[in-house]
Design a protein around this ligand. Structure first.
Ligand code: GUN
Ligand code: ZN
Length: 495
């Protein structure tokens, strides 16, 4: 079951929009992107139409027209890099939206551990995971960093399903040998390490080079892991060089619990560092809401990345992660849906909430409540810092694509439309309101009233404004097609 790129070379034509640096989107109008049979971008040319591509690009690539599949964005549509969801829990998918008034630690016990444990029943896991993968693809998520469960067979099934559906994925068997209910715990640190190995071995058999699906070492979070279990995983990290994902400093009670459980350590992040889980430049830390100054410096020095999960942080009342501050520290930041702490499978929703949470940080009321965690040594922000907290549409789209790619260690392969990168992309369509149209079509805007969502474009908006309208009003109805490594993995009909 190999990852199967497209069988043909491909030519994509039209408008391409991608982030070239934090805060700057590039608009490539009337452009052509050539993608080879392996799913790699081999040429980017503009201006360029099909005729010019056939005359100029094909000969230089050794292509003949019969060998090329052509996809042209229609007027008003654009190609955008696929989203990277740097943090989500596939087994929690059925719980999306269900969190009541809980906060992290009671949410885990009430909703999360029982649901995760139930995935040991494989037909149930198949149903949930298949749906989760399809749904996230439909929202334009081409790369996902998944937490699975402690169950090896169900974790392996998730990896199989990602590979079959063509989603680029990191799949982690969750290690936890304490804090959870008795029925949902690793038997010992050694058993946790053995189970992690078993899942790594499985993924190596289905995708030997980890071209599409990779294992990721996944200690749930420090409170759920004994020091011995963390040490086992740290040793496994050194041995394999695999990436690591975990949670850090999400909630004030959790931070206090870590201080109680690991009294000899300087901080939460330092617990991971002391067990060899922060080094190597391949660690994804989810949340990082309440990091101290010294912790953020440590994370930056170790080149670990942060998965910012605003939907979850707000839903579980965890706090407002200071994203600008993290970026200023030189830490790579991507976006995570954190389903089902987060209530949505959409990275676009996470991007939107990233803007809104950053606006909250810029409000004086947020400054008044700045004692984010009892142990925080951060200074309250001054007016200037507060104003800088605000993140723009362009900045959050960077985090959703290139920033995420950096966090998961794929910045040489995905996140933008340069030659040499792989074609992980989505075709976005917005509803064009017809000239003179409006009431007489019963509000069914757009040519043929194709289901293009609720972002109405009148035609006079700049492209910058259209992108902003997409970020704040868009959803999966705007995602017409999705490709990973050149393979079409989702299509919304009619196109
Ligand atoms: N911390 C430990 N486990 C979890 C989890 O499943 N979700 C979130 N949001 N935080 C966690
Ligand atoms: Zn999480």
């Amino acid at each position: 079951m190999a990852a199967s790129p497209s069988q043909k070379n491909q030519l994509f034509l039209g408008l391409f929009i991608h982030s070239i640096r934090l805060g700057e989107l590039q608009y490539l109008h009337d452009a052509a992107v050539c993608v080879d049979k392996g799913g790699k971008i081999v040429a980017v040319e503009l201006p360029c139409d099909q005729e010019k591509a056939e005359d100029k690009l094909y000969p230089s690539l050794g292509w003949t027209p019969g060998d090329v599949l052509v996809t042209a964005a229609k007027d008003g549509q654009f190609f955008f890099p696929g989203f990277v969801d740097t943090h989500l829990h596939a087994p929690q998918y059925p719980n999306v939206g269900i969190f009541g008034k809980s906060t992290l630690l009671d949410w885990l016990n009430t909703y999360t551990f029982p649901m995760e444990a139930s995935m040991a029943e494989l037909p149930r896991a198949r149903r949930v995971y298949a749906r989760c993968v399809r749904r996230t693809l439909a929202h334009g998520t081409t790369t996902a960093a998944y937490f699975a469960t402690i169950d090896v067979a169900a974790t392996n099934l998730l990896a199989d399903l990602c590979l079959a559906a063509g989603q680029r994925a990191f799949v982690g068997r969750v290690c936890m040998d304490r804090l959870g209910p008795e029925y949902y715990l690793d038997a010992s640190p050694a058993a946790a390490a053995a189970a992690a190995r078993a899942s790594i071995d499985h993924i190596r058999t289905i995708d030997p080079g980890f071209a599409l699906v990779s294992p990721v070492l996944t200690p749930r979070f420090a409170p759920a892991c004994s020091a011995a279990a963390l040490a086992e995983l740290g040793a496994l990290r050194r041995e394999t060089g695999l990436p690591v994902q975990t949670h850090v400093s999400e909630n004030a009670d959790e931070v206090a619990l870590v201080a109680r459980l690991f009294p000899g350590h300087a901080s939460y992040a330092e617990v991971y560092d002391a067990h060899g889980l922060l080094e190597g430049g391949r660690t994804i830390l989810a949340h990082a809401v309440h990091l101290t100054d010294a912790e953020a410096d440590l994370v930056a020095r170790r080149r670990a990345g942060v998965a910012h999960c605003p939907c979850s942080n707000t839903a579980l009342t965890s706090g407002e992660a200071p994203v600008r501050w993290l970026l200023d520290k030189g830490i790579a930041v991507g976006l995570g849906t954190d389903m089902s702490g987060g209530y949505s499978p959409s990275v676009l929703e996470a991007a939107r909430q990233t803007v809104l949470v950053s606006n909250h940080l810029a409000m004086p009321a947020a400054a008044a409540g700045v004692e984010r965690a009892p142990d925080s040594h951060r200074q309250p922000p001054d007016d200037n810092e507060r104003a800088r907290a605000k993140l723009s549409v362009e900045e959050v789209l960077h985090l959703a694509t290139r920033g995420g790619a950096e966090v998961v260690g794929l910045s040489d392969r995905v996140g933008g439309f340069e030659a040499g990168k792989e074609w992980d992309a989505q075709l976005i369509g917005l509803a064009a309101v017809p000239d003179g149209g409006g009431e007489e079509d019963g509000g069914r805007a757009g040519a043929g009233a194709a289901d293009e969502g609720n972002v109405d474009v009148f035609g006079w908006e700049t492209w910058e404004d259209r992108v902003a309208k997409w970020v704040f009003g868009g959803d999966d109805r705007n995602v017409r097609k999705v490709w990973v490594r050149g393979r079409l993995v989702h299509s919304r009909s009619p196109s």
